[in-house]
Ligand binder design. Structure first.
Ligand code: FMN
Length: 170
């Protein structure tokens, strides 16, 4: 059984590209099974002790629409004992008051269902005014900004995956 399940939603492809890079950095399909959330069933989450959730923020502080549709379905999943890491795509310049909100919305929900959050990420190197994804001075997961900092994406992913390998214990 694969150790890590990655579930992502995307509107314009950025989060999908990031998901592919994360999968590759972990060592490919034998380590990370990636599934678009629009194709997922709640029972798919049961297969994994380690989960990665990816969601861009849309419509000023909202979940991407497929995640919006899945949000209520999360209630059917028992996250107890599961480690959950988050990543998001957002635009810190265009949406400085709501940067990466979706990551925060999902983290809050999944934590309330028993998921243990791993993969916290520093806010250094970003410039924004407000975010639901910041807790105790850190992002609850990896914040990617393809609109303004795409040159940093690959390095951020490498650093974050190295951190996660330790936290997941893989
Ligand atoms: C209409 C619109 C609303 C957006 N709202 C936000 C937002 O509230 N917060 C944010 O961080 N990014 C926001 N974004 C930026 C997207 O999240 C960003 O472009 C992201 O890379 C898209 O990811 P995707 O290609 O996986 O859908 C918005 C973009 C558009 C076009």
């Amino acid at each position: 059984m694969a150790k890590i399940g990655l579930f992502y939603g995307t509107q314009t492809g950025n989060t999908e590209s990031v998901a592919e890079l994360i999968q590759k950095e972990f060592g490919g399909e034998s380590v990370v099974v990636s599934e678009e959330i629009c194709n997922a069933d709640p029972s798919d989450f049961e297969n994994y002790d380690c989960i990665i959730v990816g969601c861009p923020t849309w419509n000023v502080g909202e979940l991407q629409s497929d995640w919006e549709g899945f949000y209520e379905d999360l209630d059917a999943i028992d996250f107890t004992g599961k480690k959950v890491a988050y990543f998001g795509a957002g635009d810190q310049v265009g949406y400085a008051d709501n940067f990466q909100d979706a990551m925060g919305i999902l983290e809050e929900k999944i934590s309330s269902l028993g998921g243990k959050t791993v993969g916290y990420w520093p806010t250094d190197g970003y410039d924004f005014d407000g975010s639901k994804a910041v807790k105790n001075g850190k992002f609850v997961g990896l914040a990617i900004d393809e609109d303004n900092q795409s040159d940093l994406t690959e390095g951020r992913i490498k650093t974050w995956v190295a951190q996660l390998k330790g936290e997941f214990g893989v």
